[in-house]
Design a protein around this ligand. Sequence first.
Ligand SMILES: Cc1cc2nc3c(=O)[nH]c(=O)nc-3n(C[C@H](O)[C@H](O)[C@H](O)COP(=O)(O)OP(=O)(O)OC[C@H]3O[C@@H](n4cnc5c(N)ncnc54)[C@H](O)[C@@H]3O)c2cc1C
Length: 390
Amino acid sequence: MIGGMHHGIKKLLLLGAGHAHVQVLTRLAQQHPADLDVTVLTPYNFQTYSGMTPGFVAGHYSETDCQIPLAPLFKAAGARWLAGRCVGLNAGSRRVQVAAHPNSPGNVPSELSYDLLSIDTGAVMDRERLEADMPGASEHALMVRPIEAFARLWPEVVALARRQPVSVAVIGAGAAGIELMLAVRQRLQTEGMDGCRFTLVTGGVEVGSNYPDGVQRRILRQLKRHGVTVLREACVGIEAGRLHLANGATLACDVPILAIGTHAPPWLQGSGLELSDTGHVLVNHFQQSASHPEVFAAGDVCSRADQPHAKSGVYAVRAGPPLADNLLAAHRNQPLKPHHPPANTLNLLSCGAGHAIASWGPLHAEGAWAWRWKDRIDRAFMARYTLPAP
Ligand SMILES: Cc1cc2nc3c(=O)[nH]c(=O)nc-3n(C[C@H](O)[C@H](O)[C@H](O)COP(=O)(O)OP(=O)(O)OC[C@H]3O[C@@H](n4cnc5c(N)ncnc54)[C@H](O)[C@@H]3O)c2cc1C
């Protein structure tokens, strides 16, 4: 038995409705133990699928195409939804501090207790840390996380570009930054907005530095073909209308989009949970906290102690079914099963709707077929978790 759990009803608390938790909810819809009380604390009644967000920016998908409605999933899973965020955790006393979402439909308590806890709240962009590296960022930049806020603000950029040509700079040249840059260009171009300028600011490294050389060359060709200027410089400050670069130069910029590396949520500090060097929840091969056996985590919020891997949606998705198995097993006091994350994952990088670069380990290719493939995979993922309205 997990330390201290008593007989009777056990409380499972799910923090966040990320890529792994939507699968835990689906599993609970099929199999909900009568003695398990399930609460989900997450701010919105939809889950934004980031894989389709660049397609939304490009104008290929609507906002709702990229959202999994959660109300039907909560209902099918027999879970109670509390609209709010976790803002503090005391793993020793098994308590979570809650900030209610301003539009919360019901009463949200300021504190919750649990017998079993599962964390899938994703990564954050820590404004204080960004501001320290890049003064002005928190006031002037459009941040890609929280992704719900970014999706809400994007139409305002399009509206601005309808009034005047804009210069857009994406800061951060990892997968998300590259996809967003090409999606922005496609959208403004197809809306007939001439005279816009597009710049990708890499932070000093090569574009797509995590990718093999051959993929990097393909990405650079696409950026060149679409008229995107690449600046291999760090951005060190942002003010209205311009960016400051590490080499002392300034870049005129109406819309700075920040797509640089994400951070672990600050509320994990002081939680008592064992954390990785980067402040993420350290988990073992059961996706279970290294320090607290009644706590599990999946997705960008955690790091595997045994097999560290990249933080991406694909890994969060893969961890969903084993996380569901292990939560149910922990509840029943049964042995847990190890989860083996794949060594290589298929990566489909969209270059604006209609073209994508596919890579898997050292192999890579590109074309319209790769984009259709990505579109099919993404729509199938959405369809699997989109239940009819209750
Ligand atoms: C533009 C963009 C494109 C991307 N494209 C891809 C791609 O094509 N392929 C890929 O593999 N990866 C992609 N990624 C990375 C991917 O988004 C993340 O790796 C993935 O979202 C991680 O999933 P997650 O389940 O950990 O968290 P998330 O998907 O971030 O979900 C977190 C959930 O928790 C909720 N939440 C957040 N904070 C709290 C809190 N304090 N309390 C309670 N609930 C909270 C959120 O509202 C949300 O429901 C992309 C990222 C971006 C920004």
